[in-house]
Design a protein around this ligand. Structure first.
Ligand code: SAH
Ligand code: SF4
Length: 375
């Protein structure tokens, strides 16, 4: 359905249940049609109204006139030797986004890493997505479209004991809380039983700390929350995550406590800490980290910095990473090191920047400016 699309038709792919019900009411149909069509689209991976056999012929014809199920086009699909699968998808304006499915626990857990924006405006100093600048927000259809493509390509959806995607992390390109209005309906579809039926513990939103939006998210959804902290004092975090100048560490940790208080069950915040050689990997940093997290129900994930050209940063040695882990352990924290998966297909989750087509050519200008500086 990607070809010959008529922009006046409503794309049903990204509509949450409430939005789908409103759509059916707006075309003079009963609300319960929403559940039927959602099941077809998300449970069955169906994008053809003609195949929706529990709808009358007349309704199928009407839908074909006013609506469509338009998913992102698959440009590339690859598998790596460790079982990681990656898709490069083309979205509306011809930009590319990447989504990666990472198996764990002997294939029992399959985590999809989903992007929320093309590029990112927040410009964290160690992130190559940030270095490309911001191009645009993804629509809800383009966000859930990543789950749709991955689910559809990997076995029967109806078999809930053997789902293609068992977990979702919003850790691809972009800052999800800077695209709140599209991310929330997409996440609602991930949780909805007529969508992807994932439990809220298995859907994680990762943020660099957009404090007011963390507060708003807590009022609407209680998915798992991961915070990209990376530094335990404001001076260093201002440098690594410039958003910290607006929302400092104290306000961020307050927002985390507020979020946990709103969750309907007992939860923990995931703290992401990218270890960068000689920048935030010393004993004093481990001590500061343990001290500011004291009392917050949380678990720490250590991510060795994933190098990219001209970043100016280096990955710490394995020994240094293990030392940092050991210091945290002595301070009362078990902090797993998140290894990079799918190396041979360039699929490091958290750095889905690989071959993104950049409409504004900002990335090239950035590289050029660095080369000029280096001359
Ligand atoms: N914008 C969101 C989600 C996308 S980034 C956020 O910042 O949380 C997903 C994770 O990858 C974040 O923790 C981010 O800090 C981390 N990351 C980005 N670039 C990285 C790099 N070069 N090496 C290691 N981790 C990186
Ligand atoms: Fe954006 Fe996250 Fe990268 Fe920072 S780390 S620039 S918030 S994608």
């Amino acid at each position: 359905m990607t070809a010959n699309t008529d922009m006046s038709r409503t794309n049903l792919l990204g509509l949450s249940r409430e939005q789908m019900e409103a759509f059916f009411v707006s075309i003079g149909e009963k609300k319960f049609r929403a559940a039927q069509v959602m099941k077809w689209i998300h449970n069955e991976g169906c994008d053809d109204f003609d195949a929706m056999t529990n709808l009358s012929k007349a309704l199928r014809a009407k839908l074909a006139e006013v609506a469509e199920v338009r998913s992102p086009g698959v440009i590339y699909e690859g598998s790596s030797s460790d079982g990681t699968r990656k898709w490069v998808l083309e979205v509306e304006d011809g930009s590319y986004v990447e989504t990666v499915l990472i198996p764990a626990e002997g294939g029992k857990r399959r985590t999809l890493c989903v992007s929320s924006q093309v590029g990112c405006s927040l410009d964290c100093s160690f992130c190559s997505t940030g270095k490309q600048g911001f191009q645009r927000n993804l629509t809800a259809a383009e966000i859930i479209g990543q789950v749709w493509v991955a689910s559809r390509s990997a076995g029967p959806r109806r078999d809930t004991s053997n789902r293609a995607v068992t977990n979702v992390v919003m850790m691809g390109m972009g800052e999800p809380l800077m695209n709140y209005d599209n991310v929330v309906p997409a996440m609602k579809l991930m949780l909805d039983d007529d969508g992807y039926g994932l439990s809220k513990r298995r859907v994680t939103l990762s943020t660099s700390g957009v404090v007011p939006m963390i507060e708003r998210l807590g009022d609407e959804l209680d998915v798992s929350l991961a915070i990209s902290l990376h530094a335990a004092n404001d001076e260093l975090r201002n440098e690594l995550v410039p958003l910290n100048r607006k929302y400092n560490i104290d306000s961020l940790l307050d927002a985390c406590r507020g979020y946990l208080a709103k969750c309907s069950d007992t939860r923990m915040i995931t703290i992401e800490y990218t270890l960068i050689k000689d920048i935030n990997d010393q004993r004093e940093h481990a001590e500061q980290l343990a001290s500011i997290l004291d009392g917050l129900p949380c678990k720490i994930n250590l991510i060795p910095f994933n190098p990219f050209p001209h970043s100016g940063y280096e990955k710490p040695s394995r020994n240094q990473t293990m030392r940092f882990q050991q210091w945290l352990y002595e301070l009362g924290y078990t902090a797993p090191v998140r290894t990079t998966r799918g190396d041979d297909i360039d699929a490091a989750c958290g750095q889905l920047v690989g071959r993104v087509k950049d409409r504004t050519r900002r990335h090239e200008r950035y590289i050029q400016s660095i080369q000029i500086d280096a001359d």
